[in-house]
Design a protein around this ligand. Structure first.
Ligand SMILES: Cc1cc2nc3c(=O)[nH]c(=O)nc-3n(C[C@H](O)[C@H](O)[C@H](O)COP(=O)(O)OP(=O)(O)OC[C@H]3O[C@@H](n4cnc5c(N)ncnc54)[C@H](O)[C@@H]3O)c2cc1C
Length: 236
């Protein structure tokens, strides 16, 4: 793990409340798809948890930039990120986390709510770029159609790689988008779409409550504990 200067090169609005930030690192940092970093906005006080926060990489490790994606809130941390100017430098501590994709995983599944999608993007982008023969099912839940971050990218990837399947669910109102279904990720949806769920390595990323719910459902469906990988986005 190293502390490295990161220069902002681009910002991309994903939804009304989600924004990506792309940086060039001063030195190359190796990381595995699924890992995260710590953004240090208060360099004088590393213990300042309000200004130094963890964000997952939302780009493949093979890119020449790193991308992180934040659900924007009214916090000082969010404001400081939005205030960054092009070419401004910040400090990041990278890489962190053990919930990673490895090339030998041939069948995987993701059970994701909202902002938990960020490390999934790193993993799927990596799978697509490396042309691995991984069979990947993504169950991705959001409140409304408008809240689905990275939908364009995910639709493109499942269009060019027949081993990638994405199931979108929307929980708060009937979706306008025909590619989304109404409701939560539940046992019925999972067994209906993935009869081989117990054979898959499952990744569950996101806010702690959502991770716990998805973990319980997977265990009730007889998935093995050792095949379930979780990363709790503490701070939500
Ligand atoms: C491994 C990991 C990976 C993560 N990856 C991502 C990611 O890719 N994208 C992303 O957006 N987030 C990610 N997070 C979460 C991120 O680190 C932040 O915690 C989160 O984005 C909220 O930050 P904020 O500044 O918007 O919080 P805030 O809006 O300040 O707070 C969020 C919630 O915490 C409460 N809260 C805040 N401060 C306090 C306090 N002092 N006491 C009690 N409650 C408080 C608020 O009331 C609110 O409900 C990740 C976290 C972890 C651990």
């Amino acid at each position: 793990m190293k502390e490295i200067k990161a220069r902002l090169i681009e910002r991309i609005k994903r939804t009304d409340t989600v924004e990506s930030f792309r940086f060039i690192l001063e030195q190359k940092a190796l990381f595995l798809p699924g890992q995260f970093l710590r953004v240090i906005l208060d360099e004088d006080n590393r213990e300042n948890k309000l200004m130094n926060k963890y964000l997952s990489m939302s780009s493949s490790p093979d890119k020449d930039y790193i991308e992180v994606t934040k659900r924007i809130s009214s916090s000082e941390f969010s404001k400081a990120l939005l205030d960054l100017r092009p070419n401004e430098e910040i400090l990041v501590e990278i890489p962190m986390g053990n919930c990673v994709f490895r090339d030998e995983y041939k069948k995987i599944g993701f059970l994701i709510g909202g902002i938990g999608i960020t490390p999934v993007i790193s993993i799927i982008e990596y799978i697509v770029e490396k042309k691995t023969d991984t069979d990947a099912y993504l169950f991705y839940s959001n409140r409304t159609d408008e809240d689905i971050a990275f939908k364009k990218e995910l639709d493109h990837w499942q269009g060019i790689n027949k081993n990638i399947k994405v199931f979108y669910t929307v929980t708060d109102c009937q979706p306008k988008d025909k590619t989304c279904t109404f409701g939560f990720i539940d046992k019925e949806l999972l067994t209906g779409k993935a009869s081989d769920l117990t054979e898959r390595i499952l990744f569950i990323f996101g806010p702690p409550k959502m991770v716990d719910t998805m973990c319980n459902i997977s265990l009730e469906l007889d998935c093995k504990k050792q095949n379930i990988k979780t990363e709790r986005f503490i701070g939500y």
